[in-house]
Every structure is written in structure tokens, then in C-alpha cells.
Design a protein around this ligand. Structure first.
Ligand SMILES: [Zn+2]
Length: 500
């Protein structure tokens, strides 16, 4: 029997409820919907952490993100991963990613890959758009010079707190002013922050051509739905949307990023922002269709396991939030799409119980009939999935509140947020100040109202006990050697930056 290859696609910020095969009403994923018809579709795939830097240790190394300590980010040097296991098994391996600095070699993600292309420059910078930054001044960089307007503005900024209600008028006027004076780009392409999916797929096709018939592991990380939302113009047309001018697109993104507006005023442009985000998904879909077509043509698709998922979702004011800052573990952030196509395995319904992405790497290795590294914390669910058998599982997700710029190690030591999610109940623990919220996702799927302390006491106790065990195991079973290696890498990098 010939060895199956593995193609794993992760899409940044892709919410589970914005893809057709999970019931979304807009045509974001016609191609993936057609694949889903012959694939295992997971109704409740849950990330082990959010955002990117708290999610990928589980996806690639089957390890909880905070297992090596809150101060350790990324994969430890020599940590076994999906890529290292496949490389050892003789696979040609490549990672092609759309310039996300948190899955770069700085954080150990290149391990196990023959080719690691991340489209990042020499010194990757953090992604400030992972949070709602000081949006009033967004797009105002071009007016921060030394002209009289800037001097006047700086003076106004100083007196801004004393303006009282007039300050709101000032903020609005200043925002509108910045929009007018910032030079307009001549296309959405010029505004885009990350390489679009067509660039990544071109690179992927070139690499696939170069390796001939060898079994391969290809990991693609796509950023099209990530903010700032500047989709390809062709993708808007595919979605049936009217063209959006670069001026308008930038205006919408700057407006959405404002920190001086409440939910009600932000909501005015929510639908337009979602339309831009959706077009990003559509472009991913169209480009993946092209990649699969090329694999079909070279007769490799029938020997290729295909997995598609996301590192986390995105907030569109569901709970008044935007983007995907680590502070909450709402469903719109932790629930992601997951489809798995395995040649030779007949499609079956997948259990509704949560499937943690902690189990994805072992499940993929098992589906490819390869052994699973003993260091993986997750387990293969392939036997149950391929038979359509029921299984009982829960998913733990965790992050560090307020760590929006993990490039600064001191930001990583905030308080933990942890959720335990079962099919029906979800417990969220905030550690500072200490509080827990229990949700009944059957009665309240949008998590609008936590259950009262008196309700469902046995469930609350059970989930609290799972959380307690998780924390205890995390401390007791910590791989101190891996932790030290990761810390040493960090110290070396910091030293290099201070004394280049
Ligand atoms: Zn991400």
C-alpha cells in the first residue's frame, strides 16, 4: 500500500459559523462545502487556546499552550511535533504561511520542515490589530509629523480630557479629519497586510511540483480573514458584493478599530465589516479549489489526507468585542470549523461532543497509519471517527488575559482564563478576579446569560473538578527540560536584539 500524504490548512480567525458546511447562509465556501460532502465534518471542534500563540502548540505539537509555563511561548526546541514525526517517517515536509509572526521560527515552528516559508521580513513585529488599539488615531500616522496641524493636534490631545462631552465631538472630528488627509491607496491590494491565499497557493504548487511523487506533509497557514479586512476585489465579486473603494475599505477598518466608540455606534458598520471578512474566506475557498485541482491532475489527491481548521474565531460584537484578544473564551473565539478527508474512509457523522484540536495531530498520524509520539498530550480519535462511533469527550481552552503583545515576555504573566466545554455545559474560569461562569449551550448557545450559582450544581462541580485536575497535571507533569530549552532560546533572542 502506498503511503498517504497529509495536507493541513489552517485559516486564521475563521469562525465555525461562517462556513457553508456549518450552516452559514452566505456563499463563503462553495468548494469546501463540496469537499465536506465527502469528509468527516466536526460539529464542535474547539481550539485549546486563543489567539494564534495559544492555539498552535496544540495543533502542531498536541500540547496545551500553557503546559510549559505562562512565560513560554511557541514550541520548545526539539519538541516532537506533527512535522518532526512525519519527517522522521520519511515525508517531504513544507510549511508555507502568510506572514503571521506568532508561527515563525522565532517561536520554534520551523522544526521538522524541509522548507519553511513564512513571508516575514528580518524582524517580525507583533500584530497590533489582534486587539482594538487606539483607533481614534488609526490611519493618522501620516499627520503625526511636525506641521502646524500636527502641533495643533498634539495640543488638542493634551486638553482632550478637560473637554468633557465636547471631547466626543473632538474625537469624531479628528477621526473624520484623519480619514480625509491620509493619502488614498489605489487598490485594496496596496492596503493588504498579509500575502493573500493566491500567493501562498502558488508557492505550495511550486513546492509540490518540486518533490515528485514522494509522500508529503504540507502545512499552509492563510491570513485572508484576519484584520485589517482588505479582501481581494475578485473575492467581493464572487460573493456578489458591490466593489468597495480603497478609501471606503480603509475608512471602515479605521472606524471598526476605534477605541472611543461603544457597541451601538460600532454596530453601524458591523455588516460591512463582516462582508469584507467573509470575502476573505471566499478567497481562501477559491484558492484551495485551485490547489486541490492541481493535486488531482498530478494524481496525488487520492492519496492525500486533507484537514482544514482554524486557530481561533473572530468577534463581531457578539459580546461587544472585536477581533480576537485573549481575555475571553466565547464560542465565537474557540469554536472553529474542522473537516477531515481521508481517502478510503467512508464519510460518517461525527459525534456532537467537543473535539479538542489537541487531538488533531495524533488523529492525523493515526489516519496515515503512523505511530504517535509519546510526548503528545492528546490522543487519536481516528478509530471512533472512522466508524462513526460515539465517544465522550470534553475540551479545555486556555489563554492569559490581556496578553495582546506576547513579544514582550512581561505581558505573558497575566492571569489565566480557562474554559471546560462539554456538549451541553461550558464552564469559564477567570482567575483575576476569581470567578466562574457556567453556560447551558443547549438552552443558550450564544452565551447570553450565565446560569445562577444555585443552578446545575453537580455539573458545575464536575467541570470545576476537571479544571482543577488540568491545572494540577499541568504543573506536575511539566517537561522542565523543554521549558528550559524554550527559555534559553528566548534569552538568546533578547540578547541578540539588545546587542546585535
Ligand atoms: Zn490567529
Amino acid at each position: 500500500m502506498t503511503q498517504k500524504s497529509i495536507l493541513l490548512v489552517t485559516v486564521d480567525c475563521l469562525r465555525a459559523d461562517h462556513v457553508g458546511f456549518m450552516g452559514y447562509h452566505r456563499p463563503t465556501t462553495p468548494f469546501l462545502d463540496s469537499l465536506a460532502a465527502e469528509s468527516f465534518v466536526f460539529p464542535a471542534a474547539i481550539v485549546a487556546g486563543a489567539p494564534t500563540y495559544y492555539s498552535f502548540p496544540a495543533i502542531l505539537a498536541s500540547r496545551y499552550p500553557l503546559a510549559l509555563g505562562r512565560d513560554v511561548l511557541g514550541l520548545a526546541p526539539d519538541e516532537p511535533t506533527l512535522a518532526t514525526a512525519l519527517k522522521q517517517a520519511g515525508f517531504a515536509t513544507a510549511s508555507i504561511g502568510a506572514a503571521n509572526p506568532y508561527v515563525s521560527s522565532r517561536f520554534g515552528y520551523e522544526q521538522g520542515f524541509d522548507v519553511f516559508r513564512d513571508f516575514l521580513g528580518e524582524e517580525p513585529a507583533p500584530l497590533s490589530a489582534d486587539r482594538a488599539s487606539d483607533g481614534v488615531n488609526d490611519g493618522a500616522s501620516s499627520v503625526s509629523g511636525n506641521g502646524w496641524v500636527s502641533r495643533l493636534n498634539r495640543r488638542l490631545q493634551k486638553v482632550r480630557p478637560a473637554l468633557g462631552p465636547l471631547g466626543i465631538v473632538y474625537d469624531e472630528l479628528y477621526f473624520q479629519y484623519c480619514q480625509r488627509v491620509t493619502p488614498t491607496a489605489n487598490s485594496l491590494d496596496a492596503l493588504r497586510r498579509f500575502p493573500a491565499a493566491d500567493v501562498i497557493i502558488d508557492e505550495a504548487c511550486r513546492w509540490l511540483e518540486s518533490i515528485g511523487d514522494a509522500p508529503f506533509f504540507l502545512w499552509l497557514h492563510l491570513m485572508d480573514p484576519h484584520s485589517p479586512y482588505y479582501p481581494k476585489e475578485e473575492a467581493l465579486a464572487l460573493m456578489g458584493e458591490a466593489p468597495v473603494t480603497p478609501y471606503r475599505a480603509r475608512y471602515l477598518n479605521s472606524y471598526w478599530n476605534r477605541s472611543d466608540l461603544g457597541t451601538r455606534r460600532l454596530a453601524r458598520h458591523r455588516d460591512q465589516i463582516v462582508a469584507l471578512y467573509d470575502a476573505g474566506i471566499r478567497w481562501v475557498d477559491a484558492q484551495l479549489a485551485r490547489l486541490v485541482e492541481s493535486l488531482r491532475k498530478s494524481q496525488r489527491w487520492d492519496r492525500c489526507i486533507f484537514g482544514l481548521t482554524a486557530d481561533h474565531g473572530e468577534e463581531f460584537l457578539d459580546h461587544d468585542g472585536r477581533y480576537h484578544p485573549p481575555s475571553h473564551l466565547w464560542e465565537e473565539l474557540i469554536r472553529v470549523p474542522l473537516i477531515l478527508r481521508v481517502p478510503g474512509a467512508m464519510k460518517r457523522e461525527v459525534e456532537k461532543t467537543p473535539f479538542s484540536l489537541l487531538h488533531l495531530a495524533p488523529t492525523l498520524l493515526d489516519a496515515a497509519e503512523l505511530s504517535v509520539p509519546s510526548a503528545f498530550q492528546g490522543a487519536s480519535y481516528w478509530p471512533q471517527i472512522r466508524q462513526g462511533a460515539t465517544y465522550d469527550a470534553m475540551a479545555i481552552s486556555e489563554c492569559v488575559a490581556g496578553c495582546t503583545n506576547p513579544f514582550r515576555p512581561e505581558n505573558r504573566l497575566g492571569s489565566r482564563v480557562l474554559s471546560v466545554r462539554e456538549a451541553r455545559f461550558k464552564l469559564v474560569l477567570h482567575f483575576d478576579p476569581l470567578r466562574d461562569e457556567l453556560y447551558d449551550l443547549e438552552a443558550d448557545p450564544r452565551e447570553q446569560e450565565p446560569l445562577s450559582a444555585a443552578a446545575h450544581k453537580p455539573e458545575r462541580r464536575r467541570l470545576l473538578e476537571i479544571a482543577r485536575q488540568h491545572l494540577q497535571q499541568s504543573a506536575e507533569q511539566r517537561d522542565v527540560h523543554a521549558r528550559v530549552r524554550a527559555r534559553l532560546r528566548e534569552i538568546r533572542l533578547e540578547a541578540e536584539q539588545t546587542h546585535p
